[in-house]
Design a protein around this ligand. Structure first.
Ligand SMILES: Cc1cc2nc3c(=O)[nH]c(=O)nc-3n(C[C@H](O)[C@H](O)[C@H](O)COP(=O)(O)OP(=O)(O)OC[C@H]3O[C@@H](n4cnc5c(N)ncnc54)[C@H](O)[C@@H]3O)c2cc1C
Length: 419
């Protein structure tokens, strides 16, 4: 789940800005200018948050609860920034107040820069939120948001003092944010936000039902990860495009990395049809905070389809004598689709503390909270829940679990998408 430290930090900075802006407004401001420049400032701070989140910094993973959550907040902050920027644009006075000297308060180039910022922002937002654009095309075009950010800085830094007083209390906050934001932007745009790539060779490519298991052998250093974490997989060679994120489905001690990839679009289909042992792969990571080791002794793991992968790694890593009591609900369309079911049955029998509950929708069995309440030995709020699977399934279960009295802090979800 989203951790609240990160959002609280963003809200805190915005609140401090608002208090400083309203408490110590520049002398020449009328109330309309104060209000609309405040909205512009909030828009800029939200944009800065969005830029900072794209650095993928480990500290932010801690504050927000994982990289998937960081990208969700990145999107929400960007959208709200655009809304505030729009209100600022339409509300802010377009002329100098009566009596102001136009020579001492030039509106050029701030005004056209503001207009340009808004136009690129609207185009950028249309691209960012358009799910019809394929990810491989979407990613490079999304970089237009970097230009929006720089234009926004140009807009307010060249604004006449009557609209933006640089060394007012709130002006200093915006300038500091701009300095940090530009550094973060350069860091991300030049790829410094990517963790060090470790080289691997492809040892095996195993075809499963509607999925492919890729087994990687380290060329040198092995990736240090915890069960439940994911990494970016970058296949070397022509035609493989950008890195793709996948949960590591092997256990940390195996000496190999295994990824189980559902065939979904062009890239995963290419993996299935063209990937051969012997090729080279770069792996960057690990990322993610979907960690069952940090939760209580009673746990329910809810896996929908390919959402099994983080649990696979965990169950493969578990040793007999593990003190936790685990109920693994594995929902799939039909038994044929439930990959690794036999291995899970064997592991559950060997470990003794794992109760496996396979559910197949073609037999009319779905993961349902009322059924869990009937079948779990203890009341629902006494368990920690880990959910990974299709978005509607996870959202529906979270809603029902909350309604059944399960506290938010006991619900842990992993989203298999960033945008
Ligand atoms: C944290 C995380 C863990 C994941 N773990 C697994 C896993 O263990 N097994 C599994 O089968 N799938 C996993 N996925 C999903 C997997 O990354 C996508 O299914 C895959 O990238 C689809 O690529 P495609 O070109 O075949 O499909 P497309 O049809 O092009 O894409 C399908 C979806 O994947 C997203 N996507 C596509 N390319 C990328 C990319 N380069 N980076 C980020 N998102 C992309 C798209 O936005 C789209 O929503 C995970 C995703 C995330 C974010």
């Amino acid at each position: 789940m989203l951790k609240l430290t990160g959002p609280a930090a963003i809200a805190g900075v915005i609140l401090a800005f608002v208090v400083l802006h309203l408490g110590f407004p520049p002398e020449a401001h009328d109330p309309r200018t104060t209000g609309t420049t405040m909205l512009g400032g909030i828009a800029f701070l939200l944009m800065t948050s969005s830029v900072l989140l794209s650095t993928r910094a480990e500290l932010f993973e801690e504050w927000f609860g994982g990289l998937d959550r960081m990208y969700q907040v990145h999107r929400v902050a960007g959208t709200f920034a655009a809304l505030f920027a729009l209100v600022h644009f339409f509300g802010v006075p377009k002329e100098l107040p009566p009596g102001a000297d136009p020579a001492a308060n030039p509106l050029f180039p701030s005004m056209p820069l503001g207009m340009l910022t808004l136009i690129t922002l609207v185009i950028g937002l249309f691209i960012a939120l358009n799910r019809k654009i394929r990810y491989s095309r979407w990613r490079p075009t999304h970089r237009i948001m970097g230009l929006v950010y720089v234009l926004a800085i140009g807009h307010f830094m060249t604004a006449p003092a009557i609209f933006f007083e640089r060394f007012s209390a709130s002006g200093i906050v915006l300038m500091l944010a701009a300095a940090i934001g530009v550094t973060a932007l350069v860091y991300s745009l030049f790829g410094m936000n990517r963790r060090t790539a470790l080289p691997f060779t492809i040892e095996a490519v195993n075809a499963l039902e509607r999925a492919t298991e890729v087994v990687l052998k380290p060329v040198g250093e092995m990736l240090d990860f915890r069960p439940g974490q994911f990494a970016f997989v970058e296949i070397e060679g022509k035609g493989w495009n950008e890195p793709h994120p996948f949960t590591i489905s092997s256990a940390p001690g195996e000496g190999r990395l295994r990824f189980t990839m559902k065939v979904l679009g062009d890239w995963t289909r290419q993996v299935r049809e063209e990937l051969k042992p012997g090729g080279n792969v770069l792996v960057r990571g690990p990322y993610g905070r979907f960690d069952t080791a940090e939760a209580g002794p009673k746990q329910v793991w809810l896996a929908g389809g390919i959402g099994l992968t983080p649990f696979l790694s965990t169950i493969r890593a578990m040793e007999p004598g593990d003190p936790r009591q685990i109920h693994l609900v594995y929902a799939a369309r039909e038994e044929r689709d439930a990959i690794f079911l036999d291995e899970l049955r064997d592991r559950a029998a060997a470990l003794g503390n794992v109760t496996l509950v396979p559910l197949f929708s073609d037999e009319g069995n779905f993961a349902r909270v009322d059924k869990m309440a009937e079948n779990l030995p203890d009341p629902l709020p006494s368990y920690d829940y880990f959910l990974c699977g299709p978005k509607p399934m996870v959202e529906g279960l979270v809603k029902d679990l909350r309604a059944a009295g399960v506290p938010r802090s006991r619900l842990h979800t992993e989203a298999f998408e960033f945008r």
